[in-house]
Design a protein around this ligand. Sequence first.
Ligand SMILES: *Cc1c(COP(=O)(O)O)cnc(C)c1O
Length: 427
Amino acid sequence: MNDNALHSDPLTTSRTSAAAAAAGAAPVPCPTVDTLDRILPEEPLLMMGAGPVPIPDAVAKANTVVINHLGDTMARVIQQVKTMARYVFQTRSNWVLGVAGPGSAAMEMAISNLAWPGTRVLSIVNGFFSQRMAEMAGRVGAEVTTLDVANREIASLEAVAQAIERTRPAVVTIVHGETSNTVWNRELKEIVQIAKAAGALVVVDAVCTLSTMPLEMDAWGIDVVITGGQKGLSSIPGVSLIAFSDAAWERVRTRTVPNTHWCLDAMLAENFWHNAGYHYTAPVSGVLALHEALRLVCTETLEKRFARHQRCSLALQSGVTALGLALYTPQTCRLNSVVGIELPEGATARAVCNHISQQYQVEIAGSFGLPIVRIGQMGEQCREHNLFRTVHALGRTMSDLGVKVDLPAGVAALEESLSAGSREARR
Ligand SMILES: *Cc1c(COP(=O)(O)O)cnc(C)c1O
C-alpha cells in the first residue's frame, strides 16, 4: 500500500486504477535529452519568412543581459525605450508602454482596455490578423460587427463610412499591413479620418509594418498603435509595444468595468512603464534587446529605413517575377513588408518551404491555407546579400521540385532593380 492508494476513495477505486495511481505516484525519472546544438541546424537558417526575422548583433548581445527590473538602470532604459518608440510611432503621446508578450498580447491589451461588455466595436476584416482583433473584442463581451473585405482587396471608403454610420462604434479596429494575404490597407489615413469624424477610437495593428513604411500616429489621428518585436523592428519575439492617444487613455482611465486581463491592464502597466513601480517582473533582457533595436532605427532614421525597405522589396518582387512566378496581391494594394508569391501548378507550400529550408538553409513561410508562400521584407531581411541568397534558393527549389523557372533572369532582374534603386538613392 502506498500513500496514493491510502488516500483514494475505497468505494470507487478498483484494483486497476489503484495500480495506475501507484504508477503515477512514482518519482518522474530524470530524462535524457539532446543538447541544443544537436537540435538546431548545423548552419543557422536565414530567416526570410513572415517573422521572426534576423536580429542584429547589438540586439542579440543585449538579449543576454539580466539586470534588476526595478533599479535605476532599468528606469533609464525604459525612459529611452519610450522616447525612441515615440519617434518610431510618430507620436508625442505620453502613453507609450511595453508589453511582455507577442504582438497578439499588445493587440489584446488594446482591445481589452478599450472594450467591455456592450461596447460597440467595428472590425475591418481583410485577413487572418484583422479577424483576430474581432475575435478578441467578442471575447471581452463587446458587440462586434465585422466589415468583411474580399481576399486581396481593401475596404472602400464608402463601405467603411456606411458601416460606421450603421453601427456607430466606440472602437474601430484595422490592420495596416495584413501579413496573411499581403494586403496593404493603403487608405488607412482616410479611414481613420472617417472613423474619428464619427467619434470612434481607432486601433491600428502595425505589427508587420511599423518602421518598414510610413505610419504617423498623431498626424493621422490614430488612437492606439500596436506592434511586436520580431518583425519590422528586428528585435526578439515576445516583447511588444503599444501607444495610446490622450483620448484613448482617457477612456481607459475612466472605465468603471475592471479589465479581466490583469497582466494586460494598462493602468497597472502604467505603474511600471511610467512610475518605475512593480506590476509584474518585466522581461528585462527582451526590453534591453528592444532598446537596441529601436536605437538602430533611430541611428538609421525612419526616412532611410523606409527607402531601404521599398528598394529591397521592389527588387525582390522584380526578381521573383523574372523567375517566372506570379505575385499574389494586385499592385494597387500590395504590401511591401511581406511579399506573397502564388504557388505554381503542382507545388505545395509545405514542399517548397521544407525544401528551401533543408537544401538551401533559407526559411520562408506558407500562409494559413492560402495557395502562396511568403517572403518577408522586414528589418534585417532587407539586405542585398539576403535577397540574392533568397532568390537563388527559391529558384533552385522550384527547379528541384520540377517547376520551370528562369533563375539567371531572376537574379539579373534583382541586380538590375537594386542597382537602379541605388542610383536613384544617390541622385
Ligand atoms: C505577426 C502579426 C501579428 C501577431 O503577432 P504575434 O507576435 O505572432 O502575436 C499580428 N498582426 C500582424 C499584422 C502580424 O503580422
